[in-house]
Design a protein around this ligand. Sequence first.
Ligand SMILES: Nc1ncnc2c1ncn2[C@@H]1O[C@H](COP(=O)(O)OP(=O)(O)O)[C@@H](O)[C@H]1O
Ligand SMILES: [Mg+2]
Length: 273
Amino acid sequence: MAHVELRDIYKIFGPRPASVLARVRAGEDKARILRETGHTPALRGVDLSVEPSEMFMVMGLSGCGKSTLIRHVNRLVEPTAGQVLIGGEDILAYDDARLRRLRTHTVAMVFQRFGLMPHKTVIENAAYGLKIRGMGRDERREVARGWLDRVGLKGYEDSLPRNLSGGMRQRVGIARALATDPEILLLDEPFSALDPLIRRDMHRVLVELQRELAKTILFITHDLEEALKLGDRIAMLRDGRVEQVATPRELVERPANDYVAAFVESVGEKISL
Ligand SMILES: Nc1ncnc2c1ncn2[C@@H]1O[C@H](COP(=O)(O)OP(=O)(O)O)[C@@H](O)[C@H]1O
Ligand SMILES: [Mg+2]
């Protein structure tokens, strides 16, 4: 069974999304709908399924709906239409208690801008998910310390985020996410704010962790090279629609259409699979 499944998801932003759903379904132009109704169709009929322990990449240009898509998985965004299933369960039917459990135990998120609390130390940040779960201070700090070690931040426990480089801050973000031992990791352009060399370090950190932890990972990127390098599979998103879902090799060797082909050509010989 798929671990995470999005079924025919539509997401329209604006005051009365349901009122324009039919027009969006009919495939009307996005710019025209915005102009005439003030609504933004962000996702249009998205179907995706992510297998257990898969590193699944969602790749697309800025504004194509990537953040909107990933936020459906922890219900930070609710769809206008469609279904979201985790382990076969319809999470849109969850009550508050079940939703809270989803967010504190099942799913954890890593953000592009790290999302650390500036006045809290590194270890307090890393332990935060456990704190909201109600774990005691000593215990949660011990768990957090272990994860900070794992991401190479031993000795920085009592530092403040502002005294860390971008790469180190994102290591804290990863430690914080992993400390809660989630089944599913959501990474929304986690390395986009980092310099290329640091990004490469972070790729290594993630690959090594994943080899051992085998989490189900949904990873958002606008960088095709990153998607090809890290992904088991890649979904190419364009203007809120999925253009192709494929392994890196398939994507390069058999792009589904001209749009995907143009993308693949743009990275061209730089990659070797
Ligand atoms: N809360 C919101 N209200 C209105 N429009 C939004 C909102 N969030 C996103 N959008 C719009 O939805 C589209 C997709 O945005 P987003 O998912 O953030 O794209 P990406 O992460 O790929 O850059 C964009 O046109 C964006 O302006
Ligand atoms: Mg985004």
